[in-house]
Design a protein around this ligand. Structure first.
Ligand code: 5AD
Ligand code: FES
Length: 350
């Protein structure tokens, strides 16, 4: 494989040409200098849209109760070793207050699918945050709901919604989830969210069990078709109390290549360097930014519950140092020539 080929493929992506499966495979395997070229092109593309600004989202993990049983996830309902917690509205408002003072202008409320948090309670929480902080965006990440529920949250003031599609391939979806869950339902939720008017995020795990390159290619095609405002990807990391506890983790290399490809295919997309990426490599998030990501999502949850939101093992930012995530990330971003900004950080079209 020669350098010229890779250069051509990158230029093709920059011009909005369709990525063939063959070209995709080359980008996923190209070595040394060619890999660097891919990352540099993706970073240049992000710079063109977002400059040196890195957006921060204050992540509040407000409940780890979940009615689902996804095979990969540490807070699946069958994990009796998971110590369950749920934040009260007051605790959540307290996180927002602290976050606002630190300069956060987006709050991401993430949780398992927890029946305690009825539509009414979610709406109440969203409208209270919007009332107190009208200049902030509220993002929800609470799973699959009926369209009417999504509409109610939106009417209460929610601006954005994150729902990773996990895999765009129905058969692969079936290997990661119990039979009650389906890829079609998941996609239906995503289309509903978009139709309602949310800035919507999908995404998948890199290196999830049974995932093939063909599957990932389908993810990329789905993303292109769906045109999300945000794409969340991070490596799969095993959690010891799940059926996938002994499976191999996704790699840094693959995740970085995919961040770059996603950036080039979707120049305006909001693309986080995720906590999972920071977990598999101490410099994972910095490398993610250098590969085309433009968002980081420091944890704003109360320190005493952080280790309980354990989707996977060895998650970073769960110790005492974790109160300092904002500062930590600001310094990390400065170390590579980027700057965390106080802004809502909406999707940009240029
Ligand atoms: N490793 C990495 N990511 C995971 N997620 C859930 N479990 C794991 C795991 N073991 C991701 C899923 C989910 C998001 C909130 O976290 O993609 O959508
Ligand atoms: Fe959480 Fe560095 S970002 S401690």
């Amino acid at each position: 494989m020669d350098t010229q080929n890779i250069t051509k493929i990158i230029e093709g992506l920059e011009q909005g040409e369709k990525l063939t499966f063959e070209a995709f495979k080359m980008l996923m395997t190209a070595g040394g200098d060619e890999k660097k070229k891919l990352m540099r092109a993706a970073r240049a593309c992000a710079d063109k849209v977002y400059g040196k600004d890195i957006y921060i989202r204050g992540l509040i993990e407000f409940t780890n109760y979940c009615k689902n049983d996804c095979f990969y996830c540490g807070i699946r309902k069958s994990n009796s070793n998971a110590e369950r917690y749920r934040l009260t509205k007051e605790q959540i408002m307290d996180c927002c207050r602290q976050g606002y003072e630190l300069g956060f202008r987006t709050f991401v409320l993430q949780g398992g699918e927890d029946a305690y948090y009825t539509d009414e309670r979610v709406c109440d929480m969203v409208s209270e945050i919007k009332r107190r902080y009208p200049d902030c965006a509220v993002t929800l990440s609470i799973g699959e709901k009926k369209r009417e529920s999504y509409q109610a949250f939106f009417d209460a003031g929610a601006d954005r919604y994150l729902l990773r599609h996990e895999t765009a391939n129905e058969e692969h979806y079936g290997k990661l989830h119990p039979s009650e869950l389906s890829c079609a339902d998941r996609k239906r939720c995503l289309w509903d969210l978009k139709a309602i008017g949310y800035q919507t995020g999908c995404g998948f795990m890199v290196g999830s069990p049974f995932q093939t390159l063909e599957n990932i290619y389908e993810d990329l095609i789905f993303i292109k078709e769906f045109e999300p405002h945000m794409v969340g990807i991070g490596p799969f990391i095993p959690q010891k109390d799940t059926p996938f506890g002994n499976m191999a983790a996704g790699t840094l290399d693959m995740t970085l290549r995919l961040l770059s490809i996603i950036r080039l295919m979707n120049p305006n997309v909001l693309l986080p360097a995720t906590t999972a990426l920071g977990t598999i490599d101490p410099k994972g998030r910095e490398l993610g930014i250098m590969s085309g990501a433009n968002v980081v999502m420091p944890n704003l949850s109360p320190v005493n519950v952080r280790d309980k939101y354990a989707l996977y093992d060895n998650k970073i930012c769960t110790g005492d140092e974790a109160a300092e995530c904002k500062n930590c990330l600001s310094l990390r971003m400065e170390s590579i020539g980027y700057k965390v900004v106080t802004a809502r950080g909406d999707y940009k079209v240029i």
